[in-house]
Write a protein that binds this ligand. Structure first.
Ligand SMILES: *Cc1c(COP(=O)(O)O)cnc(C)c1O
Length: 452
């Protein structure tokens, strides 16, 4: 195994350019090669068994190794491996999935456009919100407001809507008429305010921006209900309802990027339900198929869909694989599993609260300044002085160290700067949560010892 492991690493370094990596550095270190997954665990090619507390990349909601997912994919490939949805055509899985999504989505978000990923879904969003206003005689209402450090994917539109400076620096972004406001991050930014006061204040940045640009210019606001990639920023309860009120007041479309929160992550089916607001448009992907196959779905409410259908003319937009029958069949099976096994309900009423309890215990560790969690997504903020809401001087070093120590201890957590991010498969059991706690606590201890 070892010989072939090094051989694989050499081939990988020679021919494979990895996303979000310094590829020169990575080639020197060598990649970790994963070979197997079962439930909440993955195995690497050296035989190490790892508890995957990050569900791949926020996506393996139903856990690894589900045979029924493979079975429906195989059956659909044999039956009809591919057909497009362009030329007056449709396929059975795509039709059934659209109806199913309309059933499980909140309010009147009953209309779906298919992409292959979250990034592509947000490309669709950008084009459709501008098109929505243009065909109604408001072509100048084309600005979309996102948030600094938001993440909406890596395509030109996705990275522009997102607010990651490092991404904007590569490729001449953001594309025109996209603006950003500061995100809600109470830990760093809340000052002396209560969380509720801060939530309102942070939301009102949107109103200021809309007024500065002129409401007649602003097409939409886009945000992740919980900001994932930047470090699981969970906004105060007051934030989203106020954002919704502001969007309604100025007739600005409200887009929830539910790529992480969607399909149960918060213990509700969608993050907007967790926070009690109703978007006009939702971008979804990741948990839609639990990562077993690539697929995204953008959901539109009646108002937006009706304009696109009746005033939009011929939609000059679509992907070869929009509504791919194999992906749709897998998504249907994924949703069937979530429903039949009552996975979302269990997260809300049982395993989620238990995970939160144990996560807050981790928050008592001297290295942890804040333990935040909502359903099955959370973060530990590592800090130099417990009790002071302040970051390390050199950000990211301790987080990376802690992540590597956790890996050595058989636990996968992600680190953004010094936030340790948690997003396990939704099927994680109480015993596995205990194991997660033990491994995380041990890793925090070893990290603290190493930096002392
Ligand atoms: C992952 C992610 C995306 C991008 O999805 P891809 O499938 O990687 O293109 C968009 N928005 C959010 C909130 C995400 O977490």
């Amino acid at each position: 195994m070892t010989h072939s492991y090094q051989h694989l690493q050499r081939l990988d370094a020679a021919h494979h350019i990895h996303p979000f990596n310094d590829n020169a550095e990575l080639a020197k270190k060598g990649t970790r090669i994963l070979v197997k997954g079962e439930g909440c665990y993955v195995w690497d090619a050296e035989g190490n068994k790892l508890l995957d507390a990050f569900a791949g990349l926020w996506c393996v909601n139903v856990g690894y190794g589900r045979k029924s997912m493979a079975d429906v994919a195989a059956r659909q490939m044999e039956q009809l491996a591919y057909y497009n949805t362009f030329f007056q055509c449709s396929t059975e899985p795509a039709i059934h999935l659209s109806a199913k999504l309309a059933e499980i989505s909140p309010a009147d978000l009953n209309h779906v456009f298919y992409s292959n990923s979250g990034s592509e879904g947000n490309d669709t969003v950008l084009r459709m919100v501008r098109h929505f206003w243009a065909v109604q005689g408001h072509p100048a209402k084309n600005v979309v407001i996102g948030r600094h450090n938001g993440y909406h994917g890596s395509t030109m539109a996705g990275a522009s809507l997102g607010g990651m400076k490092g991404m904007h620096a590569q490729g001449g972004l953001p594309i025109p008429d996209i603006h950003h406001i500061d995100p809600p991050f109470f830990f760093a930014d809340g000052g002396e305010m209560s969380e509720d006061e801060y939530g309102l204040a942070a939301a009102r940045r949107l109103e200021e921006k809309i007024l500065a640009l002129g409401p007649e210019r602003v097409a939409a606001f886009i945000g992740e209900p919980i900001m994932g990639a930047i470090g699981v920023y969970i906004p105060p309860r007051t934030y989203w309802p106020e954002v919704e009120r502001i969007c309604r007041k100025y007739d600005v479309l409200l887009v929830a990027d539910e790529v992480i929160c969607g399909y149960g992550r918060t213990g509700e089916w969608f993050g907007s339900q967790y926070f009690g607001f109703t978007p006009d448009i939702m971008t979804t992907a990741k948990g839609l198929t639990s990562g077993y196959i690539p697929m995204g779905a953008v959901l539109f409410n009646e108002r937006v869909a009706s304009v696109l259908r009746h005033q939009g003319g011929e939609l000059a937009h679509g992907y070869t694989y929009s509504g791919h029958p194999v992906c749709a069949a897998v998504a249907l099976e994924n949703i069937r599993i979530l429903q039949d096994e009552k996975i979302v309900e269990t997260c809300r009423t049982d395993t989620g609260p238990y995970l939160a309890e144990r996560w807050r215990e981790l928050g008592e560790h001297p290295l942890v300044g804040e333990a935040r969690i909502a359903g099955m997504v959370g973060a530990l903020e590592l800090v130099p002085d417990k009790g002071v809401r302040r970051f390390f001087e050199e950000r990211g070093k301790v987080g990376a160290l802690c992540r590597n120590i956790a890996l050595k201890n058989g636990l996968i957590l992600r680190a953004t700067y010094d936030s340790m991010l948690l997003s396990p498969p939704l099927v994680i059991s109480r015993d596995e949560i205990d194991e997660l706690f033990e491994k995380a606590w041990k890793s925090l201890n070893e990290t603290a010892r190493e930096i002392a």
